[in-house]
Write a protein that binds this ligand. Sequence first.
Ligand code: PAF
Length: 279
Amino acid sequence: VRILHSISEVRSALGPDEEVGLVPTMGALHAGHGALLDRARRENQILVVSLFVNPIQFDRAGDFQTYPRDVGVDAAFCQSHGADFLFAPSAAVMYPEPQRVFVEPGPVAEHLCGHFRPGHFRGVATVVIKLLHIVQPRRVYFGEKDAQQLAVIRSVVADLNVRVEVIEVPTLREPDGLAMSSRNRLLSDAERAIAPQLYRALRESAHLVESRETSAARVRSAGEAVLAQCPEFRVEYFEVVDPVHMQPVLEIAGPVRIAVAAYLGSTRLIDNVLAKPRP
Ligand code: PAF
């Protein structure tokens, strides 16, 4: 893998007619990213991974500072998954001046993480648009684990007529169900042992939806009851939303996304599942 630091290096490395797949990341790569890289590797001539811990999407300074960083390890990971280029710009390359123009994602970012992390999706949408302009990929890959982020990107790409195909890759889970995340490595052993309950709670709620429960309140309560058994969780939200616009649903009549965010100690974990009433 060749590491590129500047925008001009990216532009001269990539020919105008090449079929490029981009996997945007903030590093701390794990098997979940591996699934994105493998899919992008299969579907494109050239695979570019970007690694940039984007300061404008962090709503807590401490979270930005403690975000795990190791470019050498991430480069080796990209190499082992067949990436051609790793674009790892500094903050001065991405933001030579304080950013003046931002992408406001609108209603899709109103609820869930968007509500609890003000400005987060504006920062994500802005950096992703910048990366798309720099790399100009044919396809860009995001994980289903960050379902609201994916919905935000789809909505921005559609509304701004960006010429790129947005591809969703299913969440990869540990054998005990915990969704893979760079933040998992921040958990203590005791927290790590409790963390899979998040997925258990989501499955409990999804089971009700599959059994054609139509009240979103009852579906939520089933999951919340699982989490209530572990007082260590500080639940931020447990919500049932429509999978495209990410708006809360009251009566369930079709597929819904059930999403949760909770703290274990100072680590914030998120997860979600898509649930469909059985025909
Ligand atoms: O999901 C992430 O790692 C980040 O939000 C992204 C998409 C790379 C933008 O900084």
